[in-house]
Design a protein around this ligand. Sequence first.
Ligand SMILES: Cc1cc2nc3c(=O)[nH]c(=O)nc-3n(C[C@H](O)[C@H](O)[C@H](O)COP(=O)(O)OP(=O)(O)OC[C@H]3O[C@@H](n4cnc5c(N)ncnc54)[C@H](O)[C@@H]3O)c2cc1C
Length: 430
Amino acid sequence: MSTALPPSTTVLVVGAGVHGLSTAWHLAQAGVDVTVVDKTGVAAGASGIACGVVRNNYFQPAMAELMAACVEIWESDPAAFHYQGSGYLALGPENQESDLTAVFERQERIGYPSQLILGEEAVRDHMRGLYADWRAPGLSVCLHETAGGFALNRPAIEGIADKARAAGARIVEGVTVEAFELDGSGAVTQVVTDAGTVDVEQVVVAPGPWAQQLWAMLGLPDEIDVRQPDGTVHEAVPMWKHWYLQEGELDLPPGLFVTNDGRPSPVLHVDSTSPLVADDGTLITDEQWGIYVKPDHASIQGGAQPLPLPDHPPVDPYPAGTVEDAFPDMWAAALSHCLGRFQGGRATYRQVRCGGMGAFTPDNFPIFDHLRPNAFVIADSNHGFKMIAVGREVARVLQGEHSSLLHPFRFERFATGDLHPVSNSPYPWS
Ligand SMILES: Cc1cc2nc3c(=O)[nH]c(=O)nc-3n(C[C@H](O)[C@H](O)[C@H](O)COP(=O)(O)OP(=O)(O)OC[C@H]3O[C@@H](n4cnc5c(N)ncnc54)[C@H](O)[C@@H]3O)c2cc1C
């Protein structure tokens, strides 16, 4: 249910995705007058189309610490968030052993529940203990997170919206922000929308894939210099790049994707250097490949490595639901490569409205920071369906507190070289 746009509000939040809504929820809980506006509606952006994977597996310490806080929130109300705490499995060949070992050791230090299995035979035994029909060869490392799992995308976001409304937040749908009026100090005084102008004390911008547009409206630069940890400076790096995440579904019941004891499967993420061959014997690739997959509410859903898009790709209507011609064969073959139960699954592949575009920062990690004196930007670099704790932290910052979880994601890291460490993963988000 939408509501009317007020002439003034203490905090105006742009975007009714996971971040805008969870920020509004926590602000309203603290008694702050808060209004969320969305040009389409709740869950209209990336949050409503995300695969919904909730994992801790990040090579970067700051990401792992933030994810641990997020999982606590997912676990706090699984029914409202449509969350399934089935866990997460990351498997890889030899070249992933050191990264996943580092992740595991950090998880041990921060008390995040996981197991590390090393060596081909031990990995195969562990996987057969979970799935009797496991058959992927050549994998010598497995990180098994027993916390985390997945949530159903749109229902989860609607669950957060319900909590925000119940706490007293206004959610106004079908209103597009067109400009920000700034005063001499660069602070936002008014937000100009297609439904009128709103006087504001503070603004939170949580635009997901529309980051480039809102960034420009705030008068922020479209290129920046990026200092590397070794002190060298990469000049005039484009502020935003865009990738398309290819995802699809097998029209098979989620009940097929369970563990030996009949529980919903953990999310499965496999990177492999073994040749990938389709069920009919056709070679798909003999180069490294990677996929992820999870049971969804009525199907088996997942994806593979993303595709880079050209500069300034169209964002409206939000691009979703298409893949390269080769994707269905590759993804279905990979599932069958891993689990016998998916043999022949290619015949059930369907291209529903899943998959979509994300906006990435110069180092592929989020920016959570005040970019104007009273305008806080949540630009999650497409990491963020799982990041349900970011809104809680932003609400704290807006009320004058420090957030040690958000501190590593401040914008100044590009000028100081205080960047996040880079892993060996082929994905831009690991
Ligand atoms: C295909 C795909 C799969 C993904 N899978 C996962 C996953 O498994 N796990 C995970 O953690 N993350 C995943 N992600 C990333 C995750 O979905 C995003 O990082 C996250 O949802 C971004 O949330 P948000 O609230 O910032 O943005 P969004 O959910 O995109 O919300 C932004 C909102 O802003 C609104 N808006 C934009 N411009 C304006 C304007 N001018 N005026 C008013 N409103 C405006 C839009 O309508 C939109 O509703 C995936 C992303 C994609 C694309």
